[in-house]
Design a binder for this molecule. Sequence first.
Ligand code: CAA
Length: 380
Amino acid sequence: MNYKLSEEHLMIQQAARDFAQTELLPGVIERDEKQEFPAEQIKKMGELGFMGMMVDPKYGGSGMDTISYAIAMEEISKVDASASVAMSVNNSLVCWGLETYGSEEQKQKYLTKLATGEKLGAFCLSEPEAGSDATSQKTTAIDKGDHYLINGTKNWITNGSTADYYLVIAQTYPEKGHHGINAFIMEKGMEGFEIGPKEQKMGIRGSDTHSLMFTDVKVPKENRIGEDGFGFKFAMKTLAGGRIGIASQALGIAAGAYELAKEYAKVRKAFGKEIYKHQAIAFKLADMHTQIEAARHLVLKSAWDKDNGENYDLSGAMAKLYASQVAMDVTTEAVQVHGGNGYVKEYHVERLMRDAKITQIYEGTSEIQKIVISRGILRD
Ligand code: CAA
């Protein structure tokens, strides 16, 4: 076993940390207030190789491992979880899904642009009546010979209006249940593809979340991913890795709030001394540090599993379940350490507390993670 990060991992960590401090921190409060997508910053992240981190360089990616990705996600999320969710969806759902299951033509046409950040991707599984119950897809994809006709509505889509390419899950053979589901690549601007209004959110307000409506969208047959009926497996396999990305995001939100609370406790005085010298605060910091370290171990273990060909369904679900709870606990305590200032926007921790909540909801709620974990440990 080796608990040390390699030189290369440390360099990636430093690069992501520097980027977050110099490019994401300025304006993060205003973007949150105005619900403004960090478009310029995401472009720069693409130029630096953060949008296709694990993609083979022959398709324009950075060719790095999942550990590098988790480390970079943590650093970006410490400062701006709205930027990091765009990064996570593009990397672990869209790029990974296409690279692993797409045809060579699909990779040449779409992945090469997504991996460099020239184009942005979205992953469209959730529907008004198919959130946690993802097999209940109502969006239909009727086989018309050389194309499919797609009709339906998708909800809460990250990068909803800013994406260029959309991976869309839809039902082709309702009588076959989840075995009749397919996954398709859609392009923004296809006839009948409509983007609904932006959601007004509690947290990750800079992230661009929309409903999408499809009316007789004609998708060429060559845009189906994998074999006929592979769509639900595609979604599940892709989400298993996505959960490592969101676990890293939750870890970063927690670590960002903790670092702010620790610094604040060193300068804020009460009852004649810095507040960290009061055991009430020192113990809070001790708990926060311990929880974050435990979450980091789970996150890096799941990333290691993925890099080493081990099963990561279970470890990724455990990492997400635990890290998202830690994000809620630590951000809440970070606000408490800041006292009245914690409730004020300029100190950042209230935003991190609002951002933390979504990590218990998207890419499978905590309750869904417990389904995945319990099935994983109770399997014969
Ligand atoms: N890998 C491969 N196949 C898998 C799988 C995995 N990790 N997990 C499930 N499957 C397969 C099963 O083997 C089964 O196939 P077979 O019948 O051929 O064996 C099929 O999928 C259906 O599985 P279940 O019978 O277990 O289905 P279920 O309905 O009981 O439960 C679930 C499935 C795990 C609860 C699933 O519905 C689920 O994960 N729900 C949550 C959905 C989710 O995470 N949504 C997130 C939206 S995307 C998002 O948030 C992105 C964003 O913008 C940030």
